[in-house]
Design a protein around this ligand. Sequence first.
Ligand code: NAP
Length: 458
Amino acid sequence: MAIQTINPATGAVLKTFDPLSADEIDAKIARAAETFTSYRRTTFAERAGLLRAAADLLDAERRDIAVTMTTEMGKTLASAEAEAAKCAKGLRFYAEHAEAFLADEPLDDPAAVGASRAFARYQPLGVVLAVMPWNFPLWQVTRFAAPALMAGNVGLLKHASNVPQCALYLGDLFARAGFPEGAFQTLLISARQVEAVLRDPRVAAAAVTGSEPAGQSVASICGDEIKKTVLELGGSDPFVVMPSADLERAATVAVTARCQNNGQSCIAAKRFIVHEDAYAEFARLFTEKMAALTVGDPMAAGTDVGPIATEQGRVDLEELLADAVAKGATVLCGGKSQEGPGWFFPPTVVADVTDAMRLHLEEAFGPLATLYRVPDLDAALEIANATTFGLGSNAWTNDPAEQDRFANELVAGAVFINGMTTSYPELPFGGVKRSGYGRELGAVGIREFCNQKSVWVG
Ligand code: NAP
């Protein structure tokens, strides 16, 4: 894939970048490794000051970087600005909390292990490669970078090939904030060039946010090299609606949960599983609200849904939909790609989905929702869990016993009851099954790229 800015709203190629040569990559890894030897000794207060400076720059430049995001991947300008604001907040969160998250953890009873004192200490691993996707071009990187840098690691960023200007901005942001040269560098490289970086002995670990094939490739290379990985991969989150739910509110949130970021979010609700007593009303409300969204120029203030980020992304959606329709699915709204320039795909609701359809199992990365009717909670759980993924999940019910069952029995990295799955700096984020392993964010996330060292003092 060429490293290019292509405006998905028009299809125009705006800028092409040359990938780094092997020598240039080597120089950047050398700089990272050299920087780590001193950066790891900086204090939490020093790192926090740098992270806060990055947050201040980001706040000041919010509008400009939002325009770049929208131009490169098509999210609405309002959502791009909100993403930049969320990143500044995330940077400040780690500036404030990292020291406490990584404080020594003393053993209550050191005598039990024959010590006068014993504790766990969290220390940085070294140079970490982050392989990142385009869908939240700033946030995905920030939620890796903020904890990694606060822990004393240094980062190399291989961003998606369609967001090179966002990638360059991020490297530049941390440099201008005052981080030492080499603490966080962008590598403009192709996916094929990732293996050499992973096999370099100066690189200690890798984080991947992206598709299953990307995760499989990085994890197998790192497995071969015995290097730590955290994988944040795809999702096909269920959104279960029970009769006791506030259906109007559930339908409103369902639309946002499916269509935010033009439907291209790993934690978007993708499968809507509705109890038969609520089905007719929920289906009506949901379909009406989906059909009422404004699709168009992502720079325009009134737009709800912009284009799909890549031409292939839209083809994938069209193929999933065609397969379902050919096998008997019913399209309740949308379903027909917009003619003309740009890769627009309308909010679409599909009912009568069966397990013979690809849409039943595969991730629809765009504003394409499937509706299921179920007789009871057990049937809802069965469909909800009948996926190879396990990232987020949503359940709508005001019955405490049902809330408890969903919290216990949805097989996913997160369960949101009467709300939309969202990533918060305060909460661990990640998946199970083919959605990956390891966690980002929260206290758990910052420890992933640490050596959890046991210290025993006699
Ligand atoms: P993608 O094609 O896997 O790309 C993600 C990143 O991986 C890009 O930087 C890409 O580089 C790189 N990459 C692709 N194949 C690779 C390989 N074989 N070896 C090394 N690097 C490789 O995914 P995407 O289409 O950008 O993103 C959509 C997917 O990401 C969806 O499945 C979505 O659910 C998932 N996602 C998950 C999370 C999460 O937190 N769990 C968050 C966001 C997105 P190139 O661009 O150069 O190919």
